[in-house]
Every structure is written in C-alpha cells, then in structure tokens.
Design a binder for this molecule. Structure first.
Ligand SMILES: *[C@@H]1O[C@H](CO)[C@@H](O)[C@H](O)[C@H]1NC(C)=O
Ligand SMILES: *[C@@H]1O[C@H](CO)[C@@H](O)[C@H](O)[C@H]1NC(C)=O
Ligand SMILES: *[C@@H]1O[C@H](CO)[C@@H](O)[C@H](O)[C@H]1NC(C)=O
Ligand SMILES: *[C@@H]1O[C@H](CO)[C@@H](O)[C@H](O)[C@H]1NC(C)=O
Ligand SMILES: *[C@@H]1O[C@H](CO)[C@@H](O)[C@H](O)[C@H]1NC(C)=O
Ligand SMILES: *[C@@H]1O[C@H](CO)[C@@H](O)[C@H](O)[C@H]1NC(C)=O
Ligand SMILES: *[C@@H]1O[C@H](CO)[C@@H](O)[C@H](O)[C@H]1NC(C)=O
Ligand SMILES: *[C@@H]1O[C@H](CO)[C@@H](O)[C@H](O)[C@H]1NC(C)=O
Ligand SMILES: *[C@@H]1O[C@H](CO)[C@@H](O)[C@H](O)[C@H]1NC(C)=O
Ligand SMILES: *[C@@H]1O[C@H](CO)[C@@H](O)[C@H](O)[C@H]1NC(C)=O
Ligand SMILES: *[C@@H]1O[C@H](CO)[C@@H](O)[C@H](O)[C@H]1NC(C)=O
Ligand SMILES: *[C@@H]1O[C@H](CO)[C@@H](O)[C@H](O)[C@H]1NC(C)=O
Length: 707
C-alpha cells in the first residue's frame, strides 16, 4: 500500500466518547453502518457519532471519506409526516421523527426497525454480493426497501417518500449538474450528472464522470418530482403525493438544492399484516471505467462488464430494480452461508466477518474490453481494485493480498481476474524492473510504470504474486496463470532466492512504519514464495526447477529460524539480532493457506504462546516500534495460531469494532492500547485507512483449505 503522501496528525477527530445508543444493535453498533456500497464511487454509510450514535432518521448518510450524501425519506401516516432517513429541514412544515428501535446487519444488509406513530417501518439496505454471477456483481446499484405494519391494531393510510440530492455525483457543491427523469419499461429512473465531465478523474475520491441514478417501480400509485429540496419535500409532507413535474433549471448542486424524488401510496396498511414493499434502487455508473495500459504507449478504455448483457445502464437498472425479490433470496442465502461458516469459529468472528464484506467488494470493479470485431469481448474480463484511502492506487498488489481471503472464499475466479491486469502489463515487457510491480497507477487510471518508479517493496510484491497465483491454482486446478506467466513468476522467484533470506532496508506493505533491514516477517513471505514457485514449477512439468526451489526454501527456513529467533527461544524478532523486538508475523499465514508446511509447527506454537502473553487491551501491536496494528494482520495471524491466541485476536478485533469509540466508515488501522483508529489525517474530507478492501483479510480463517 501507499501511505506516503500524508502526515499523521494526532487523532484530532477521535474523541473518546462512546456512542450512547438507545436501540438494539445486532450483532453490535458499528463505527458506521454500511448503507449502499457497490463500487469505489457508490459508497454510502451512516456514521455513528459520539454521544448519540447515528439514527437513520435525523442524520445524513456520508460518502466513505465524509462528504454528505443527500438521501432523505419520509412516511406519511394518516396525514402525519415522519422523517425516517436523512436530516432534512423543511421550513413551514410540521413533521415528526421516526424512532429507531433496532439495527440489525449481515454481510449484505443493514435493517432498521423504526416506529412512525401508529405504524412500524422496516427499512432495509441491501448491497448485493453476487459471487456466483459476476455480471450481476458488476452492476453498481444498491437497494433500499421500506415496509410498514400497523402497531396499534388499526388500519392506516400510508405514503412513502424518498429522494437523493446531486451530492451523489460530487463533493464540490458548486459543481453544475443536469438531470433527467425517464421511464424504462416498468421502472422510472432519475439520472443526475456533472455538466462538466472528465474521464478517469477521481478528484477528492469522487469520480468526475458518469451519473448517479435513483429508480423505482412504476405504478398508478407512484408519483415523482424533481426540484428544490424544500419544495419537493414540502409537497410530500403536506400532500402525501408528488406532482409528476420536472425542474429543468439546471444549476449547481447547492443552488436551491435540486432533489430527485419518488413517492408511493400504499393505500391502507391493514390492521394486521405487512404492507407491500416499496423498493428504491440507487447507483452510480460510468463508461468507460478504466484506462488500462497495453504497454509501449498504447492504452485501452475498458467498459463496465454488465454492458455485455445489458446494452445500456438503464437496461441494467430495470433488470436490477425488477429483481429485488430474487436478489434478496440470494443475499439471504449468502448471508446464511457466511454466518454458518464463520459461527463455527465463534459468534464474534461471524460478526467481524459480516462487517467487511460490502467494503471489500465495494473496492473492485469488473471490466471488459471491446474486441477487434467491435463487440464486447467476454474472454477478456478483468477486475480492478481501488485501494480506497491511503492513496487510492489501482490494483495495488499488497492490498489485493490481504483482501485475497474474501475472494478465495467467495469465488476464486475473482482473484484471477484481479491478478490479470498486473500480469498482462508486466508481460508486455514495458515495466523495467525484474521484481513485481506495486500497483498500476492512480484509480481509475492504470498507466503502469514505464520508469519503474512505483513504490518500491520488491520482496513484498514478489512474494505476494507467487503466493496468490499458487493459491488460485490450487483452488481451481486452472493452471493458466502458471503456464501463461511462467517467465515472470520464475523471474520473481529468482529475485527472492537472491534477496529474501537477508532482506535489505526495504519497505513492507506497512510502509507507514518505514523501511527496515532484516525483517523477519518480510523474509518468510519471500521464502514461502520460493516454495510456491517450486509447486508451480512442478505443475508446469519442470521437475528440476521444482526440486531446486524447494531445496532452497527448506534450507532458507532453517537459516531464517536461526537468524530470526530471539536468543531466549521465546519468540521471533522483528528484525534479525534484535532480541528485544517482536512483531506480528502474519506472513506465516501463507504456509497454512497453501499447505506448503515448510515452517515447523513448533514455530506457530511459540508465536501463539508469545501473543497470549504479550498483547494490549485491543490485541497484539504490529511490532515493537509502534502501538498500532491493522485488523488484517491480526486476522491473518488468527488463522495460524492456537485456539487461545486465535480467540484473543478475534475478540480484540471485535472489541475494537464494537466499542462505540470510532466513527466514520470502518477503518482497519488502530491503536492496540486505546482501540482508537489511527490516521485521521486532517479532517473529515481526508480520512485515511477507511473502507479499505484490506479488511477482506477478516475472512482469513474461512479461506483456509478444508482438510
Ligand atoms: C432515543 O433517543 C432519542 C433522543 O433522545 C429519542 O428521540 C428517541 O425517542 C429515543 N429512542 C428510543 C427507541 O427510545
Ligand atoms: C424488525 O422488524 C421485522 C419486521 O417486523 C422483524 O421481522 C424483525 O425481527 C425486527 N428486528 C428486530 C431486531 O427487532
Ligand atoms: C412495533 O415496534 C415495537 C418496538 O420495537 C414493538 O414492540 C412492536 O411489537 C412492533 N409491532 C409490530 C406489529 O410489529
Ligand atoms: C448533461 O450534461 C452532459 C455532460 O455535459 C451532457 O452530455 C448531457 O447532454 C446533458 N444533459 C442535459 C439534459 O442537458
Ligand atoms: C393504488 O392504491 C389503491 C388504494 O389507495 C389500491 O386499491 C390499488 O391497488 C393501488 N394500485 C396499485 C397499482 O398499486
Ligand atoms: C441478476 O441475476 C438474475 C438471475 O440470476 C437476473 O434475473 C437479474 O435480472 C440479473 N441482473 C441484474 C442487473 O440484477
Ligand atoms: C478477446 O480477448 C482474448 C483474451 O484477451 C483475446 O485472446 C482475443 O483475441 C480477444 N478477441 C477479440 C475478438 O478481440
Ligand atoms: C489513458 O492512459 C494513457 C497512459 O496509459 C494516457 O496517455 C492517456 O492520457 C489516458 N487517457 C485519459 C483520457 O486519461
Ligand atoms: C526499479 O529499479 C530501480 C533501479 O534499480 C530502483 O531505483 C527502483 O526503486 C525500482 N522500483 C521498484 C518499484 O522497486
Ligand atoms: C482439483 O484436482 C484435485 C485432484 O485431482 C481434486 O481433488 C479437486 O477436487 C479438484 N478441484 C477442483 C476445484 O476442481
Ligand atoms: C542483517 O543480518 C545479517 C545476518 O545476521 C547481518 O550480516 C547484516 O549485518 C544485517 N544487516 C543489517 C543492516 O543489520
Ligand atoms: C467477544 O469479544 C468481546 C470483546 O473482546 C468479549 O468480551 C466477549 O467475551 C467475546 N464473546 C465471545 C462469545 O467470545
């Protein structure tokens, strides 16, 4: 990863006040509730503030880095209006606030139970995760559904309203936008976009391209309206119905705040039994999605994968909006599978796994090229990852690596499609170095590094590529990466043979901690990488190379143990020869993941005991230089230690995640003594280490081979 550009200011934003929530939260009240997260540019969260938490009514959703996203909801009950979403102020109207009683979340959904006078509302935010249908996965849309039930034994007249503002297309409120409202079959779609579009520009982490969409099913009881926020919301509050009119005075986002609204009349909600479900779909889409280098000065504009099945974004929205019931069934099945698998470890583990699925999938985008025949080429589907915060690089190798367990567990093909852009670029020969590249550029640009001036962490990235490639191959028996890129893999392995036993003054993925020579944890990643190459050489039929690499790996492991074990034999050191140092040696996880078994079990046992005896209130620090750690490294470690140490690490991440001390989108970087997130580098607009796919490492235990 790449955290080089920022300066850490001491936790200005972290107050130590805990949220004092007055609703039940299952499994717990997180730092920020995921609402609609499907891509790097569709990332809506409900932060939980100090003192009062963050009820769905009365607080605005936020983009992951803190920008407000206007997303409002009202329900009228017998002519009385209740705000259930957002914090709109509407002068000259009287409305109440729906009271939140419960929050419940799963891997794909966040459900709010609220009371609006004599009816209860269930408001469900579903961000689908579709590992078994990657075209569906590639559609950057998310659902909000609303259902009402009488809570006093009487029938009630109910209307449901929701809108989005133009803040969904930019964080700069003075930006000029335009919009349309149109029917696509049985779906009505509001589309809002920047008037000034710039391809592949993610200024302030908001893409300056494409459009935001808000859609709902058409019916005789559906009305819509676009116009100034207070006018449109006031219309609904006072009349329970919209005017089916469009404001065409295109203007800035904050110039009389245009909003894009729908209302549904549910008629009379019966005395008992639930109302019909009202479904809204929100999204952000653009085409092209990625500017990918083909090397030698050529580049390729890649398209969203879903366009090969749905000719336009509107077609995709119509299919998406019409599929809610099935999508919910699929989501419930996936949630149940993950819950069952993770609960076999512990209930705390199940909770911290469910917390990170949406942000991990929300960092990737599926792309497709146009073939030489002018058609979308479905033999050329690749996935790009945005590092999200900490620089926003494209397809960062050492960010894919910690996220890898999530993709391996859900569908290893996604892993292959993530590695392909890195392999294909380096196979062009343009990249000058003999080591694996760190990343491909700044998202969504992927120009590569013809000068080799990407962030330098060569042992880290060579080890990562070798480990991930073997891991994919083992899970699928698809040897195509090994055979197609054998030369690159072999080149990286040779670099490791020459450099990993006595690592130079290199950065590891934790660049924030600075470079250090002779890092124990970095060396073992490289050694496992060499053994991985041995197994890939064997798969490629190269038995002499396989024997050579495995001989080197086993000799290196013995030497590494000599160099890296503290002289009292109690623990591994952070760096060779520094007996008082230690660190969390999470790279040993790869030996378990691959089943390479080159590290004696006694070393895992030694580290387990050491962590049990050396940890802080919120887990084991990264190393003796700092008090901080990343959740990813705790979780890779949890997957390789004994049960007591495993539970200690899982419970530490649970404690950090559920403490109520943190706010904003989930961060994976925190202080192990206070449980407070690190990297609040300068304020809400530049929050660092938020919503990163790195948290996908929480699935490390689920990705282990079943034996
Ligand atoms: C929670 O507190 C808020 C603010 O005091 C109040 O409006 C709301 O009714 C309370 N909710 C519940 C479920 O008691
Ligand atoms: C929320 O409401 C739904 C629908 O009434 C119900 O099935 C669910 O159990 C409720 N959840 C909680 C946590 O109360
Ligand atoms: C309405 O919500 C309240 C508060 O959670 C709950 O006690 C009640 O059972 C709910 N009523 C119905 C009909 O779901
Ligand atoms: C809105 O702006 C975009 C980008 O400049 C332009 O392509 C589109 O035609 C405009 N739409 C309307 C309705 O003016
Ligand atoms: C519209 O609402 C009325 C009651 O207000 C109901 O009878 C009718 O079925 C609804 N129509 C549709 C298409 O939902
Ligand atoms: C997703 O998949 C289902 C069937 O598997 C399909 O019916 C649906 O329309 C798909 N597309 C979208 C965009 O949701
Ligand atoms: C489609 O992509 C594959 C894989 O990159 C490539 O081999 C093939 O030539 C492409 N087909 C066309 C028609 O461009
Ligand atoms: C696409 O990337 C290439 C470098 O690979 C660059 O020269 C070109 O300007 C980029 N195109 C756009 C529209 O940003
Ligand atoms: C590429 O090689 C050059 C020359 O040795 C070196 O300065 C640079 O740091 C290397 N880049 C990376 C990413 O390792
Ligand atoms: C891969 O091959 C092994 C050995 O033949 C077999 O046991 C395993 O089921 C295969 N896995 C997949 C995913 O096909
Ligand atoms: C790294 O370790 C080796 C082997 O113990 C030693 O020779 C070398 O001096 C160390 N390098 C540094 C910079 O400490
Ligand atoms: C979950 O973690 C918390 C916080 O560390 C701990 O207090 C609790 O005992 C754990 N729960 C279970 C069931 O292990």
């Amino acid at each position: 990863m790449s955290a080089g550009i920022f300066i850490i200011a001491v936790s200005l934003f972290s107050t130590s006040a805990r949220c004092a929530i007055n609703w039940t939260a299952t499994p717990f009240n997180p730092p920020s509730v995921p609402l609609a997260i499907r891509s790097p540019y569709l990332s809506a969260w409900l932060p939980q503030w100090a003192d009062t938490g963050g009820s769905l009514s009365g607080n605005w959703p936020r983009f992951w880095q803190g920008d407000t996203l206007g997303w409002a909801g009202f329900v009228n009950v017998d002519g009385e209006s209740y705000n259930f979403l957002g914090a709109p102020s509407v002068p000259n109207t009287g409305f109440n606030t729906a009271v939140q009683h419960a929050l419940q979340w799963t891997s794909t959904q966040s459900m709010f139970n609220m009371t609006a006078g004599p009816v209860n509302l269930t408001v469900t935010f579903l961000s689908p995760i579709e590992p078994s249908n990657l075209i569906n996965q590639s559609v950057p849309f998310s659902y909000m559904s609303v259902q009402a039930v009488s809570n006093d034994g009487d029938g009630h007249s109910v209307q449901v309203y929701s809108d989005i503002s133009a803040e969904w297309v930019s964080g700069t409120d003075s930006s000029l936008v335009n919009w349309t409202t149109a029917a696509q079959g049985d779906t009505v779609i509001h589309k809002v976009q920047l008037q000034q579009q710039t391809l592949f520009d993610d200024s302030g982490d908001r893409i300056q391209q494409g459009a935001a969409y808000y859609a709902t099913g058409d019916s005789a009881n559906m009305t819509f309206q676009t116009g100034q926020d207070v006018v449109v919301r006031g219309q609904f509050i006072n009349h329970g119905v919209l005017l089916n009119t469009q404001d065409t005075d295109f203007r800035a986002i904050s110039d009389d705040w245009p909003v894009f609204a729908f209302a549904h009349d549910l008629g009379t909600v019966p005395a008992s039994g639930e109302s019909d479900i009202v479904v809204f779909s929100v999204g952000h889409a653009r085409d092209p999605v990625i500017n990918y280098t083909l090397g030698l000065g050529r580049s390729q504009q890649r398209h969203p994968y879903f366009l090969c099945q749905y000719p336009t974004v509107e077609d995709a929205i119509q299919a998406f909006a019409g599929d809610y019931t099935n999508a919910l069934t699929r989501a419930n099945a996936l949630d149940a599978q993950i819950h069952d698998d993770a609960s076999a470890i512990s209930s705390n583990y199940s909770a911290i796994v469910a917390l990170v699925l949406r942000q991990t999938f929300g960092a990737i985008e599926f792309s497709i090229s146009t073939g030489s025949d002018g058609q979308y080429n479905d033999s050329d589907v690749t996935v790009f990852l945005k590092e999200i915060s900490s620089d926003g690089d494209t397809s960062t190798t050492d960010v894919i690596f910690p996220a890898w367990p999530t993709f391996l567990y859900t569908n290893p093909l996604i892993g292959k499609q993530l590695l392909l852009p890195l392999f294909e670029y380096q196979a062009t020969g343009e990249y000058p170095n003999k080591t694996a590249a760190h990343d491909l550029g700044h998202y969504p640009q992927a120009p590569g590094y013809p000068l080799g001036n990407d962030e330098s962490m060569p042992i880290e990235e060579c080890g990562n590529m070798l480990i991930m490639t073997l891991s994919y191959t083992q899970r699928t028996n698809d040897t195509s990466l090994v055979t197609s890129y054998y030369g690159l893999l072999d080149q990286w392995a040779q670099y490791l043979v020459a450099n990993t036993l006595i690592p130079g003054d290199q950065l590891s993925t934790n660049d924030i901690a600075g470079p250090l020579a002779n890092q124990t944890n970095l060396a073992i990643k490289g050694i496992i990488g060499i053994q991985a190459m041995s197994e890939m050489a064997a798969l490629a039929g190269n038995t002499s190379a396989a024997a050579n690499y495995s001989g080197i790996a086993s000799s290196y492991v013995s030497q590494w143990l000599e160099l890296a074990t503290a002289s009292d034999g109690q623990h591994l050191t952070l760096a060779y020869g520094n007996d008082s140092s230690y660190g969390i040696t999470y790279n040993m996880y790869a030996d378990k993941l691959l089943g390479t078994n080159i590290i004696p079990q006694s070393v895992f046992d030694m580290q387990s005991t050491w962590y049990e005896n050396n940890h802080n209130a919120y887990g084991v620090p990264l190393d003796t230089r700092h008090l901080y750690v990343m959740t990813a490294w705790e979780m890779l470690t949890a997957a390789m230690v004994n049960t007591a140490a495993r539970n200690l690490l899982i419970d530490a991440i649970y404690a950090f995640s559920s403490s109520g001390l943190n706010h904003y989108a989930y961060s994976d970087w925190f202080d192990t003594t206070t449980g407070i997130v690190e990297g609040n580098c300068g304020g809400a607009a530049t929050l660092c280490f938020r919503a990163r796919p790195i948290a996908g490492a929480h699935l490390a235990l689920l990705a282990l081979p079943n034996d």
